[in-house]
Design a binder for this molecule. Structure first.
Ligand SMILES: NC(=O)c1ccc[n+]([C@@H]2O[C@H](COP(=O)([O-])OP(=O)(O)OC[C@H]3O[C@@H](n4cnc5c(N)ncnc54)[C@H](O)[C@@H]3O)[C@@H](O)[C@H]2O)c1
Length: 346
């Protein structure tokens, strides 16, 4: 497919998702944490397009003033300053949401520190080189922060006997098997303490889902793919300055929209206690493989880097999966980097 056809296809797929689940999210009050930028901002925009009333909550609106103004001028939207790691901030934000909308139907726990924001911009510190304070900070946002947010925003859902909670985690938490004992999906990405905090949140998701199922509240987890979020360009540039390509071409954040709309429409009597890997879910539900969500709106230097890598990669494709297994990708990436280095094309 041509690049412009892929971009057109992305718009069609997002439109299809909105058409399919609009009736389930229309007029619902949806709180998106980390809604000022990155994946969260894209979710806020598309939930609004789907007719939901949307609260974008974030600790930091500094670089998102235009978006904040846009939300403030939209009757169905609300922006709120909220630190998910701070009890007083959460209490104040919860009160202001209840004052404006009177209830909450869906909570999307999207706010997080990722390795690239805790260790900005390079994003990788080996486990033994991390400090205890890195772990404390990561867990205070990604695990305790999620729990603290749920404790507040689940209240109206429990009262009404319906609601949906979606916790964003990452595929780096996954164990795999090839017929025998388990091993990690991609332990070479150097992501402590981020993945440890997400693994804890995933365990909480499964247990909470079971504990509140009969109250009518659904609790699910979602793992987005490699996505060009707010930190991505700075991280990519740092890697590029060191002569490396930052993994493979990223997806656009819109690839998370279909599964988010679907899960937003669930309650405890529907789909609950599931961990959705977004690329596989998209593939199985007619929303394409990861190639369909490739980002072709990159700045020129970044585009040049990914285009060079893609041209240097040996061709290897197969059916039945939304993307190649990560280990196959790592092998291809290494082969591509060696080819580029051999040509002196760093
Ligand atoms: N981008 C990816 O490739 C990727 C892949 C897998 C999972 N995820 C997950 O997706 C979610 C969104 O990540 P992203 O990549 O868009 O990152 P991002 O940094 O672009 O967005 C995260 C947002 O969370 C906010 N935030 C951070 N700490 C907060 C706090 N204490 N209180 C309130 N808000 C806070 C930030 O200000 C930011 O706006 C995260 O949960 C992340 O773990 C991302």
């Amino acid at each position: 497919m041509q690049r412009k056809d892929i971009q057109e296809r992305q718009k069609i797929l997002v439109g299809n998702a909105i058409d399919q689940w609009k009736s389930q999210v229309e007029n619902k009050v949806v709180v998106v944490t980390g809604g000022a930028r990155g994946i969260g901002k894209t979710l806020v925009e598309n939930l609004l397009k789907s007719g939901a009333k949307v609260v974008a909550a974030d600790i930091n609106w500094n670089s998102s003033q235009d978006f904040k103004k846009h939300l403030e001028g939209t009757e169905e939207a609300m922006s709120v300053q909220m630190d998910i790691a701070d009890d007083a901030s959460l209490d104040a934000a919860y009160e202001s949401v209840m004052e404006k909308f009177g209830t909450v139907d869906v909570l999307i726990n999207n706010a997080a520190l990722v390795s690239e924001t805790l260790f900005f911009p390079r994003g990788q510190v080996k486990t033994l080189d991390t400090k205890d304070s890195d772990w404390e900070k990561m867990f205070s946002v990604n695990t305790f922060g999620v729990l603290k947010t749920i404790r507040r925003f689940i209240r109206p859902m429990l009262q009404k006997g319906s609601g949906s909670i979606i916790n964003m985690v990452s595929s780096g938490i996954l164990p795999m098997h090839q017929g025998g004992s388990l091993f990690s999906m991609r332990p070479w990405t150097v992501e402590m303490p981020y993945q440890a905090s997400k693994a804890a949140t995933m365990a909480m998701t499964f247990y909470l889902a079971e504990e509140v199922r009969e109250t009518g509240v659904a609790v699910n987890g979602m793992m987005p793919f490699h996505t060009r979020a707010s930190w991505f360009d700075a991280t990519e540039k740092t890697w590029r300055d060191q002569g490396m390509v930052y993994f493979m071409r990223p997806s656009v954040a819109e690839h998370v929209v279909p599964a988010t709309l679907f899960l937003s429409g669930q309650d405890g009597h529907g789909v609950t206690g599931r961990l959705i890997y977004v690329p596989e879910w998209n593939y199985d539900h007619g929303f394409g493989d990861t190639k369909v969500w490739d980002d072709f709106s990159l700045p020129p230097e970044m585009e040049e880097m990914y285009s060079k890598l893609e041209a240097a990669l040996p061709k290897y494709e197969r059916s039945g999966v939304s993307h190649l297994p990560f280990d196959a990708w790592a092998a291809l990436w290494t082969a591509g980097m060696e080819k580029l280095a051999g040509k002196g094309e760093k």
